[in-house]
Write a protein that binds this ligand. Structure first.
Ligand code: 13P
Length: 251
């Protein structure tokens, strides 16, 4: 059966010292504990090597928040998938709505990033989701289907089987306005149906689909109780152990 996953997306928060302290605290809190999900922390690039010295890769795993769409070379300021993998990180968030909105990441660029991530044995956590105007116009399914189709549907079934999806309605990110449990389930079921149509039920049923957007300790249990919600991608509430741990324990 597909994995339950709770992943923290630290975004552009925490100095190196603060980040390593948080990773240590989280690892200590989860060591020896029975947990019913994979726990991943997705830190800024510069934290990765240090964090991979701290986490055990079992109860806590690590990932990046982005990687380049090029292999290597004269791309000042970029960090390649191979570089991310060389730190020991196993995951990479790709296509976060903040990357799409502020850094011009298109589905075509993301397709390249996904390919390079997979070639370097990184598991992409591929983000999709509509903005408020699209939801108000009833276009959320269309938008999400296009993001998945253009970003991922060139992959073979075998490669698609390595992808984790994260549905993050943009209107719910950092706003305190969570999607209702019913809205999340409805969209996740639609996403899974879209995967069934392309890759068949076996692949679709093995794909973890996370929810993201103002997920916190008070709403995680209800969101995660939906049959098609396989965990969360957590922003603000991943920045403190006492806010993050109860979300991990919601499973
Ligand atoms: P918040 O949990 O802060 O709303 O952020 C969600 C998110 O964007 C995770 O990637």
């Amino acid at each position: 059966m597909r994995k339950n996953i709770v992943a923290g997306n630290w975004k552009m928060n925490k100095t190196l010292q603060e980040g390593t302290a948080l990773a240590k605290e989280l690892q200590a809190a989860l060591t020896g504990k029975v947990i019913n999900c994979d726990v991943i922390i997705c830190s800024p690039f510069i934290h990765l090597a240090s964090i991979n010295e701290i986490v055990d890769g079992k109860s806590v795993k690590s990932g990046a928040q982005n990687c380049a769409d090029k292999v290597s070379g004269a791309y000042t300021g970029e960090v390649s998938a191979a570089m991310v993998a060389s730190t020991g990180a196993k995951y990479v968030i790709l296509g976060h709505s903040e990357r799409r909105a502020y850094y011009g990441e298109t589905n075509a660029i993301l397709k390249e990033k996904v390919k390079l991530a997979l070639e370097n044995n990184l598991t992409p956590i591929f983000c999709i989701g509509e903005v408020l105007a699209e939801r108000e116009a009833g276009k959320q399914n269309e938008v999400v289907k296009k993001q998945i189709t253009e970003g991922l549907f060139d992959l073979s079934a075998e490669d698609f089987g390595k992808i984790v999806l994260a549905y993050e309605p943009v209107w719910a990110i950092g706003t305190g306005k969570t999607a209702t449990s019913a809205q999340a389930q409805e969209m996740h079921a639609f996403i899974r149906q879209t995967l069934v149509a392309k890759y068949g039920a076996a692949v679709a049923n093995e794909t973890s689909i996370l929810y993201g957007g103002s997920c916190n300790k008070d709403n995680a249990k209800e969101l995660f109780s939906n049959p098609d919600v396989d965990g969360g991608l957590i922003g603000g509430a991943s920045l403190k152990v006492d806010a993050f741990l109860p979300i991990v324990e919601a499973f």
